[in-house]
Design a protein around this ligand. Structure first.
Ligand code: ASP
Length: 449
């Protein structure tokens, strides 16, 4: 059977296990299309969808921070000595970098071949730039220079006062990750005195996974509402004009999903990729519905541990980092998006400039948080850094890409989450940390959602 059919069958089996989530997604899309926003405004029906969707996503967001902190401390402590941590860490960075470079290459090539941005600017009503007004401050922050961005990744004092908040110095997830990794490594290196702390975080981790199970009881209405609201808000209007742009991104994401990952799995591990795809189908569906890798993290961990047979050591280290830093779907989207904007602005693209865009996309994507729309905001960094657009031009360019970004975001988040699980599985297979029997015996798989 052809590769993509095998994958679709595997995912079909995963969906059969949890068809209600799939129905919620499809139902959400249909309802969103049937009942779009009226003249750009929501109705009481949409407000209800918004309420249910936000209630669900807020509950999951509540557990992300304790989950990430406890998972990484326990993960690093159980890796034992620092050499082991260094080895797994290096492999993780290597695989994440490899798939991101492939994603960027695919994105750039497709955008250059299909030229989705040619002639687009004339069609777009520049007055619409009001759409981006509310995002102006965020865009401004993200167009600041690279050293400032890197400085902002270095964790400082966890106490944040109002003054620092105004200067944009709120603690970010990347800072949390870096601080937790440093402390985790310290706990791992102090020997047995770390027991009380590690046991404490083991309990926190177990409790957060329990809370995840509870929250997942409302996953079906939550995902339905999120999807219906997103589709109703985006509407079909702009998609008609930008269909080529959207198709190029979706084609690129499909190549990454159906070709790159199976190849990486085949080349670097002994895993059956169809079993892995089937094991993580629920995580894919939640990623699509929430458009947030971080919010999906509890489900990704549950799928990888309870079904894919990846040891908790690997899951708790590789997956939280992946959910925050490994954004290959986002990198692919940004590569297409920037070339699209360059074409719309008639900027000539030299080979050097194309490589520069690719490099910026790798950096900008990995600094994107695992939350909705993060990738479209950090794209400002690439637009300024490589195309040298002024702030006003960036804001105008955004009119082209903001309109239905949420829909594209759902697809790229699905890809981001899948790649986190693929890399975790490959590393687990290399390190003998994978229960192959569990992965291939779906009859004994435990409930996840
Ligand atoms: N929503 C994406 C994620 O959470 C990030 C992005 O906006 O591209 O993975």
């Amino acid at each position: 059977m052809k590769l993509h059919w095998q994958i679709l069958v595997a995912i079909g089996l995963g969906i059969k296990r949890n068809w209600h989530i799939f129905l919620a997604l499809i139902g959400g899309i249909v309802v969103g299309l049937l009942f779009p926003f009226q003249h750009g405004d929501s109705t009481p029906f949409h407000d209800t969808l918004y309420f249910v969707g936000q209630a669900f996503i807020r509950l999951i967001q509540m557990i992300v921070l304790p989950l990430v902190v406890s998972a990484i401390i326990v993960g690093i402590a159980s890796l034992g000595d620092s050499r082991q941590l260094g080895k797994i860490g290096a492999k993780m960075v290597g695989y994440y970098a490899l798939i991101t470079i492939i994603a960027v290459t695919i994105g750039l090539s497709l955008a250059l071949i299909f030229a989705p941005g040619k002639g687009v600017k004339q069609k777009i009503d520049v007055q619409q730039s009001a759409i981006v007004q509310d995002k102006v401050e965020i865009i401004k922050e993200n167009t600041s220079n690279l050293p400032a961005l890197i400085l902002n990744m270095i964790p400082g004092s966890p106490l944040v006062d109002e003054d620092s908040k105004q200067k944009g110095m709120e603690t970010t997830m990347v800072q949390v990750l870096i601080a937790v990794i440093i402390f985790g490594a310290a706990f791992a290196s102090i020997g047995d005195v770390n027991r009380p702390v590690v046991s404490f975080f083991e309990s926190v981790f177990a409790a957060t996974m329990k809370v995840t199970d509870w929250i997942m009881v409302i996953a079906t209405p939550g995902i339905f509402s999120l999807t219906a609201y997103a589709v109703a808000k985006a509407g079909l209007g702009t998609i008609k004009e930008l269909w080529l742009y959207a198709s190029v991104i979706l084609l690129g994401l499909a190549i990454q999903f159906f070709v790159t990952y199976p190849l990486v799995i085949k080349l670097f591990s002994k895993i059956k990729f169809t079993s892995l795809y089937s094991a993580i189908t629920e995580a894919m569906m939640v990623a699509f519905g929430t458009a947030s890798s971080s919010a999906t993290l509890p489900v990704t961990i549950a799928c990888c541990e309870r079904r894919a047979g990846i040891s908790s050591k690997i899951c708790s280290f590789v997956l939280p980092l992946g959910a925050t830093m490994n954004m290959d779907g986002t990198a692919l989207f940004q590569s297409v998006g920037v070339i699209f904007i360059a074409q719309a602005y008639d900027i000539s693209l030299s080979p050097l400039l194309i490589v520069l865009i690719g490099l910026f996309a790798i950096i900008a994507s990995s600094t994107s948080a695992g939350i909705p729309s993060a990738g479209v905001i950090t794209m400002a960094l690439i637009l300024q850094g490589s195309l040298k657009l002024s702030f006003e031009e960036v804001a105008q360019a955004y009119v082209l890409v903001f309109a239905f970004d949420r829909i594209i975001d759902m697809f790229r988040t699905l890809v981001n989450v899948t790649s986190d699980a693929v890399v975790a599985a490959v590393i687990a297979s290399n390190e003998n940390e994978l229960d192959q029997e569990l992965l291939e015996n779906n009859e004994v798989w435990k409930e996840v959602v």
